[in-house]
Design a protein around this ligand. Structure first.
Ligand code: 1MF
Length: 189
């Protein structure tokens, strides 16, 4: 994955746990680099080693780390140069999720080593969505739960996310059911 992903993991750990904890995690993951280059493609294995090491050092499950990372990614990319890209993708949850493939197409035009996942979003009832996630990568579905929660925060929407199909259990793709409620806008005095 692009270095931007590993940089985001670095920033999340440093912000929430401090640079000493990051050094421990880096050491445990046997990562030699002092920093990551956003626009360089790194082996997925490096990212997986960082998640595993963070899970050991912080005594959280890999799935908890990836969920937290998904939430962090939404605000991180919005701050780190992709704010406009995020703004273009919609201001309601169903709209944003439906536009994610276009977002990845835009990024992929300039960065051809991008291996974008695909997201398909169906609205089943007024405030229920079914999200179908297909990726060339394995094991990232907990991150998707975090990404949807991060989008909830960004779009002022309460969300409840449940994964209902798992490729790890033989399903064809990962599927999530999302209940969402847009929060009341604050009325100015
Ligand atoms: O292949 C990749 O390197 C890659 C990296 C990040 C592919 C996708 C993504 C983003 N995606 C990560 C989880 C799924 C990965 C998978 O299943 O294979 C999160 C998608 C997402 C979901 C909900 C809300 C927002 C989301 O992301 C917004 C986004 C997506 C991509 C970028 C930024 C924001 C991005 C921008 C530049 C990149 C890489 C990704 O690379 C750079 C960076 C700097 C200079 C040059 C290239």
């Amino acid at each position: 994955m692009y270095g931007l992903v590993n940089k985001a993991i670095h920033d999340m750990i440093c912000t929430h746990h401090g640079p000493e904890t990051w050094e421990k995690i880096k050491h445990k993951a046997e990562v030699e680099a002092d920093s990551f280059i956003s626009m360089e493609a790194y082996p997925d294995d490096l990212t997986h080693r960082l998640v595993k090491a963070a899970s050991d050092v912080l005594a959280l499950s890999p799935s908890q780390i990836m969920q937290a990372f998904g939430e962090f990614w939404v605000q991180y990319t919005a701050q780190e140069g992709y704010g406009e890209l995020m703004e273009m993708s919609g201001d309601t949850l169903p709209e944003f999720l439906q536009n994610l493939d276009d977002l990845h197409t835009r990024v992929g035009v300039s960065f051809q080593k991008l291996q974008p996942p695909s997201f398909d979003c169906e609205e089943t009832t007024a405030q229920t969505l079914h999200l179908h996630y297909r990726s060339q990568r394995e094991g990232l579905s907990p991150m998707v739960t975090g990404l949807v929660k991060g989008l909830g925060t960004r779009l002022h929407t309460d969300v409840e996310v449940t994964q209902v199909q798992h490729t790890s259990e033989g399903a064809d793709h990962d599927e999530f059911v999302i209940h969402y409620t847009p929060k009341e806008a604050e009325t100015p005095e």
